[in-house]
Design a protein around this ligand. Structure first.
Ligand SMILES: C[S@@+](CC[C@H](N)C(=O)[O-])C[C@H]1O[C@@H](n2cnc3c(N)ncnc32)[C@H](O)[C@@H]1O
Length: 482
């Protein structure tokens, strides 16, 4: 049974009761629009432990009392609970899109306004500033202004300072580093700071996206709000995107994070590229009118294709479908194109390519077959997203050489990385088999561990095989599972 209290040492011994966690969730939602998942109780306890200690409070309840009246602490509370992961040139195709599509359109006016909404520690607005300095230079008469905002005052202060340790610079080319950054010396060795010429193009402001109205008067040619709304519920997202629509120029673009989309707001936005949206113009094909309410009639439900894959299978579909499989050390890659509803799954058992030629039990060929099958159905390679499953260590063997699961998992991640296909979901490794269900038209997928007597023959056979091997010689053996 799960205890009602958390005493994990990682939480600094702080106890957060379920009712207190509920109070924290609703406070954070009210202040920032962020909806915390139920499974974040431990994370919340760990992050708030520092604030509770700061006041030498005895309990989270005392701290929550203080929050009611202390505005400065309310800001600290939000700062503690935001998620700030970011990088220079994160999802770099967006900056290529800006260069290739937006800037040519603005070339006559030579004026560009961009908002990085939810800018975290500044890597995103500085990447925008570098892209614009390269392709819309002031020397050529361009008037460039970037607004960078965040609710979290700590990350915003760090963004405005523009100082980064060396290990944060992976996305930067040597040329960008040389032209736009100064290397620290003495106490600042191992860090760089943004050159003032670049920093001056950006206005850093604390803006809570939930506040109405925003202190913004200009209209934007582009709004970057990437990896922010994943923490918002649908009604909050809808209100926010409607307000962004009012602030975009008629040709303006909205850039979202890789796991976010706007297909459900088709009356306002229309896709313009991978996770890039523009306002729907009146000349665009209007979205279908809202259905009239008719009296209920019994019609057969639309047929949903359903397929169960076994080892060596590859299946791609277009439209509503369910793809299922059972995995032990095998891996199933589920790929989908969120714009066309095309996607598919494979099921392979060995990493890399086969010596005997084209064999879909091997990962390399299974992945190629899957991508080709998806493209044949009308999916677009550049828009593909991946969710990957399996690669468990179900074999009870000592030899790492026989740990095929780990090798399969490593292979599929490397393959997708090489192909530039983002992995937006994964359930890899572990020691239990999985039952996987994937809806390629929506990209939703779920995996359930196979327990005890439910283990299907597939995994049982794998286990038996492994047990036999351990009883044999320790000598490495070339094995093909299944
Ligand atoms: C994961 S970071 C994304 C940073 C950057 N956009 C990127 O994609 O790399 C999300 C940021 O959104 C900010 N955020 C969350 N809720 C917000 C709100 N209500 N108003 C403004 N910013 C918010 C967080 O503080 C955090 O810095």
């Amino acid at each position: 049974m799960v205890s009602d209290f958390l005493t994990d040492p990682r939480t600094g011994g702080l106890l957060v009761r379920p009712d207190e966690f509920e109070a924290i969730r609703s406070l954070l939602y009210e202040m920032s629009g962020i909806s915390l998942n139920q499974n974040k109780r431990e994370m919340v306890a760990a992050r708030l432990a520092r604030r509770v200690r700061h006041y030498q409070s005895a309990s989270i309840a005392d701290y929550l009392d203080r929050l009611q009246t202390d505005a400065a602490e309310q800001q600290e509370f939000v700062n503690c609970l935001t998620t700030n992961k970011t990088d220079f040139f994160r999802e770099s195709h967006h900056f290529d899109y800006l260069r290739d599509t937006l800037l040519p359109r603005l070339a006559d006016r030579r004026r560009v306004r961009v908002w990085s909404a939810g800018c975290s520690t500044g890597e995103e607005p500085y990447t925008l500033a570098m892209t614009l300095a390269d392709h819309a230079p002031q020397a050529d008469g361009w008037d460039v202004k970037i607004l960078a905002s965040d609710i979290d005052t700590a990350v915003l202060a760090s963004a405005a300072k523009g100082v980064y340790p060396d290990d944060r610079l992976a996305g930067l080319s040597p040329d960008h580093l040389r032209r736009f950054f100064l290397r620290g010396t003495g106490a600042n060795a191992g860090k760089v700071s943004v050159r003032p010429g670049l920093r001056d193009r950006i206005a850093f402001r604390r803006i809570n996206l939930m506040d109405e109205p925003w202190p913004v008067r200009t209209r934007f040619d582009a709004i970057f709000c990437r990896n922010v709304v994943i923490y918002f519920d649908r009604p909050t997202q809808q209100r926010l995107f409607s307000r962004f629509a009012e602030l975009l120029t008629p040709d303006g673009l909205l850039f979202l994070g890789h796991s976010e989309n706007l297909h459900w707001m088709a009356e306002t936005f229309t896709p313009a590229g991978p996770t890039v949206y523009r306002l729907r113009a009146s000349a665009d094909t209007p979205p279908p009118p809202a259905a009239r309410k008719l009296s209920p009639i019994a019609l057969p439900k639309p047929k949903v294709e359903e397929h169960t894959l076994i080892l060596g299978d590859v299946k791609a579909t277009r439209g509503p479908a369910v793809l299922k499989t059972l995995l032990g050390s095998c891996v199933a890659a589920c790929l989908y194109d969120p714009e066309t509803g095309v996607g598919g799954m494979n099921h392979f058992s060995l990493p890399g390519a086969s010596d005997e030629g084209k064999n879909a039990r091997y990962g390399a060929y299974a992945m190629e077959l899957l991508i080709t099958a998806i493209m044949k159905k009308g999916g677009h390679r550049d828009r593909l997203r991946a969710k990957v499953f399996g690669g468990a260590k179900v074999l009870n063997v000592e030899s790492e050489r026989l740990n095929v699961g780990a090798k399969n998992a490593e292979f599929v991640l490397q393959f997708l990385d090489d192909e530039g296909i983002p992995v937006v979901g994964r359930c890899l490794g572990g020691t239990s088999g999985l039952q996987v269900r994937f809806n390629p038209h929506t990209g939703t997928a779920g995996a359930k561990p196979l327990a005890g007597k439910e283990l299907p023959p597939l995994v049982v056979a794998e286990k038996r095989f492994g047990d036999e091997l351990t009883q044999k010689v320790a000598e490495p053996v070339d094995v093909e599972l299944f």
